[in-house]
Design a protein around this ligand. Structure first.
Ligand code: ADP
Ligand code: MG
Length: 231
């Protein structure tokens, strides 16, 4: 599988509000260098997930630009944003979103299916085995159904899935909130090491500010957003 270049992120004059105007997010400027690991914190309801959905192109802003590796994703149609995400980004969610009835192997492979990756099956299998070993999962788990794993194992499968594509940008939405402090630190260390091997830029959000020491830059979403929650 080809090594991909890392992508920087440059956000300018971003404005998004949910219909009805109960919540608005305004971000004047935010820049991440290629390969940088950045942390954004804020309490529940402060707009972290909304923000990540804008960066991944699941949501489109009313105004502004979101450049990822120089491509302004706001200029792309919904279908092209989906393809751009599949080709360049890995996403890991708080709820993990594994497909319970698929095997661990098939869950990890899913992003390659969506991005219509042409890597031969045998190379994909090598990449998956390498990731699984790196994330300290037993190879014997590969052909188990995802719902037969412990939560800690499922978390590492979700991490493997987000990194299988060697994404230029890894987006993480509070993937550690169900873990105790030690497991949290171990998980983030594994994530950062594995992401660094693909030279992936990392954007991680959490309500837990104590995690910021793992990252090179950190931001308070309220300061980034200026206005935060409208009345
Ligand atoms: P966080 O991830 O920081 O907890 P969210 O981005 O989920 O915050 O939510 C920020 C605000 O946006 C909240 O006030 C929430 O009610 C609102 N919001 C989130 N999703 C939707 C939606 N689909 N429709 C309308 N409002 C939403
Ligand atoms: Mg959230």
């Amino acid at each position: 599988m080809q090594q991909k270049n890392s992508h920087g992120v440059k956000i300018s004059n971003l404005s998004f509000s949910w219909p009805g105007g109960a919540f608005a997010l305004e971000i004047d400027q935010l820049q991440l260098q290629p390969g940088e690991r950045a942390f954004i914190y804020g309490p529940s309801g402060s707009g972290k997930t909304t923000f990540l959905n804008l960066v991944s192109g699941v949501l489109a802003p009313q105004r502004g630009t979101i450049e990822i590796g120089g491509q302004d994703i706001c200029q792309l149609s919904g279908a092209r944003r989906d393809r751009f995400r599949a080709a360049h980004m890995g996403v890991i969610f708080q709820q993990l979103n594994l497909i319970p009835f698929l095997s661990v192997h098939d869950n990890i492979r899913l992003p390659l299916v969506f991005s219509r990756d042409k890597t031969p099956g045998s190379d994909i299998d090598i990449r998956i085995e390498q990731l699984v070993k790196q994330l300290q999962l037993d190879l014997s788990l590969l052909y188990r159904r995802a719902d037969q794993l412990s939560v800690g194992q499922q978390q590492r499968v979700a991490l493997a899935r987000s990194l299988v594509n060697r994404p230029a940008l890894l987006i993480a939405d509070e993937p550690t909130s169900a873990l105790d402090q030690d497991s949290r630190d171990a998980f983030i260390n594994l994530m950062n090491q594995t992401a660094a091997e693909s030279n992936s830029t990392v954007l991680f959000v959490s309500h837990d500010r104590s995690l910021q020491s793992h990252f090179q830059q950190s931001f308070d979403i309220a300061e980034l957003a200026g206005q935060g929650v409208a009345s």
